[in-house]
Design a protein around this ligand. Structure first.
Ligand SMILES: [Zn+2]
Length: 370
């Protein structure tokens, strides 16, 4: 909040200007109002046109007139697909809180409420703006240290907020006894976060990170609760309202009042903004995701190499075994042939010996007879 509202140093460069006469002409024809009415509306919020006015301020003048005459049609997004998307984004929340900064940053709040108006009415939901925010706006409108745009927006926004409150689209929330709205919001979200789906719209990154971490803690607690045995669950202080998972989502407003959600990367612990998806708030950031993918790819390459090496080693082992088997087979077969030959040779020798002995015996007998 403090950073956002710090006065930006005045720029002395060549600023394109437009005469006060031309400014009034343009605005009166755009809004179909007479010139006197245009000047008086601008004067009523402290804009006194000078001879030359920066062209860049024209948008602010348009915003002032549109707010004062209650015609916000120029902020309505004509794209039905976008309105359907916004409906999808907002419908799941029971309560939608809006911090001070998004209300006065450019004309984004006007875009947001104009686009969300019909959705909130149809879904019977309200935007909740804390009393503290109205007090802050009141303090900013007369603070000469703030930018002219901040002062003017702080002047015209409370009228719009009261108008929306009358129409039942805004509820002014009690800030509680705590002085700092941020701390009050964190405390409030801690109390009701497990019972309701909450959306906080803030431009404050520090506060956003506190809520995202708080949400992660509550989700973890709920998961632990789910894991308890049935008899422990029965006696624990869990009510029917906590039967479904509740979540807190934090977004900031960007151009055209669109929502960008704050996530925290569980890997590098840094927060970042991205489109609003229906998921938990702790999601890997793009850089860590790519790093992880790279690591995975490297690991996969290492694994592949290892698998290939193992496969090759196995093939070689098989080959060695086959060779060994073949050698053994050869040895066995050679052995057998040699043995057979040896046995044969042995048999032949024996037979020859017997024949020889028989012959000798016959010879001896013959000699004796003769
Ligand atoms: Zn990361």
């Amino acid at each position: 909040m403090a950073n956002f509202l710090r006065r930006t140093p005045p720029k002395k460069q060549n600023v394109e200007t437009i005469t006060s006469e031309n400014t009034v002409d343009i605005l009166s024809s755009e809004f179909k109002l007479n010139k006197e009415k245009v000047s008086s509306i601008l004067r009523s919020v402290g804009i006194n046109l000078e001879a030359q006015n920066p062209v860049g301020e024209l948008e602010l003048y348009r915003e002032v007139i549109a707010s004062k005459i209650g015609d916000r049609s120029r902020f309505l997004n004509p794209d039905e697909a976008y309105i359907a998307e916004l409906d999808e984004q907002l419908r799941s929340f029971d309560e939608i809180y809006i911090d001070t900064a998004p209300i006065i940053q450019k004309d984004w709040f006007l875009h947001f409420v104009t686009n969300a108006e019909s959705i909130l009415k149809r879904r019977k939901k309200k935007l909740i703006i804390l009393e503290k925010t109205l007090e802050e706006l009141h303090g900013l409108k007369d603070n000469q240290e703030k930018d002219k745009e901040v002062r003017i927006r702080s002047t015209i926004r409370p009228d719009l907020i009261r108008f929306l409150a009358k129409r039942g689209l805004v509820r002014i929330g009690d800030t509680g006894s705590q002085g700092i709205a941020d701390d009050h919001l964190v405390q409030l979200f801690t109390q009701i976060g497990s019972k309701r789906n909450l959306l906080l719209i803030t431009q404050d990154r520090g506060l956003s990170e506190r809520i995202v971490r708080l949400s992660a803690e509550l989700e973890k607690k709920e998961a632990e609760q789910e894991e308890l045995p049935w008899f422990r669950r029965l006696f624990s202080r869990k009510s029917e309202e906590t039967d479904t998972t509740h979540r807190m989502v934090v977004c900031k407003l960007v151009e055209e009042g669109k929502l960008k959600r704050c996530y925290i990367c569980p890997e590098c612990n840094e927060s970042y903004y991205d489109d609003l998806h229906d998921c938990e708030g702790m999601v890997l950031c793009g850089r860590c995701y790519l790093n992880l993918k790279e690591q995975e790819a490297k690991q996969e390459a290492v694994n592949k190499k290892q698998r290939e090496a193992e496969l090759q080693a196995e093939e070689e082992r098989q080959k060695r075994m086959e060779a060994e088997e073949a050698r053994l087979e050869y040895e066995r077969s050679r052995d057998t042939v040699e043995n057979r030959l040896r046995t044969k040779r042995g048999k032949v020798f024996h037979i020859s010996l017997i024949v020889l002995l028989a012959l000798l015996l016959i010879l001896l007998i013959l000699l004796l007879v003769l």
